[in-house]
Design a protein around this ligand. Structure first.
Ligand SMILES: CC(C)(COP(=O)(O)OP(=O)(O)OC[C@H]1O[C@@H](n2cnc3c(N)ncnc32)[C@H](O)[C@@H]1OP(=O)(O)O)[C@@H](O)C(=O)NCCC(=O)NCCS
Length: 205
């Protein structure tokens, strides 16, 4: 039987993990910005306090990753990654044709002027929340329990860090991810035109 081991991402693994992101999010806007952009994006989580960055190894090879950050992380991430984002945009100009581009720019501009990135503010549950920002499993290793192992560890670590709930957003059309989260006990919080927000309460001991 296959063995799945989950542990913290190390800097030297970033290149490989960025490759997994590129495959699992093929066609998504951030993958269109290139591998260097994705590497810098995932690297940001490694050194931040209260952030979670984990990988899953399947029989000794990295098969998936997950990153999470306290709700409200976007402004500090955007300012840290500003030059990387601009460089990625200049070197991958086709990204402006992506249907999500206009929305992403609009959200970043709102953040710059101190407004919430999302027009309809989300009604969060009570307490301190952590956002599951990204989870990806290499397509050749899908449906082997890698995602389940990652999200279970995320829940354990988030509880240890003192969070009261976890939250994420998922595109309405992403039925596989929606199935995955619902199987793992996540509940619907709010829906917008294209996105569904899910949450799961955490029980502090
Ligand atoms: C969502 C994702 C992380 C799931 O990872 P995974 O390792 O394949 O998931 P698991 O093998 O642990 O499956 C757990 C459950 O998810 C659901 N699931 C996973 N793949 C599925 C599929 N192809 N069809 C339907 N349900 C699926 C099932 O409920 C499954 O439980 P089961 O196998 O007992 O029926 C993976 O498909 C992925 O990386 N997708 C692309 C990136 C993405 O969309 N990320 C989420 C963005 S919000």
């Amino acid at each position: 039987m296959s063995e799945i081991k989950v542990s913290t991402i190390k800097n030297e693994e970033l290149k490989f993990i960025a490759g997994i992101h590129m495959e699992s999010f093929k066609g998504y806007m951030n993958a269109m910005l290139g591998k260097r952009y994705v590497r810098n994006f995932i690297a940001w989580f490694i050194d931040q306090p209260q952030c979670i960055s984990i990988k899953a190894e399947l029989d000794g090879s990295i098969a998936g990753y997950l990153v999470g950050a306290p709700i409200g992380y976007e402004p500090s991430m955007n300012s840290a990654l500003m030059s990387s984002n601009l460089l990625a945009l200049l070197t991958h100009p086709r990204v402006i044709l992506h249907p999500s581009f206009r929305y992403a720019i609009w959200a970043k501009l709102r953040l710059l002027v101190g407004l919430n990135a999302i027009k309809n503010e989300i009604r969060n549950p009570e307490g301190k929340g952590i956002s599951l920002v990204g989870i990806g499993v290499a397509p050749e290793n899908s449906r082997k329990g890698v995602g389940d192992a990652l999200i279970r560890e995320f829940e354990l670590l988030a509880t240890k860090l003192g969070f009261n709930f976890m939250r994420l957003s998922v595109y309405r059309h992403n039925n596989i991810a929606l199935n995955f989260y619902k199987k793992n006990g996540w509940l619907e919080l709010q829906t917008t035109k294209n996105v569904i927000y899910l949450f799961k309460p955490l029980i502090q001991p």
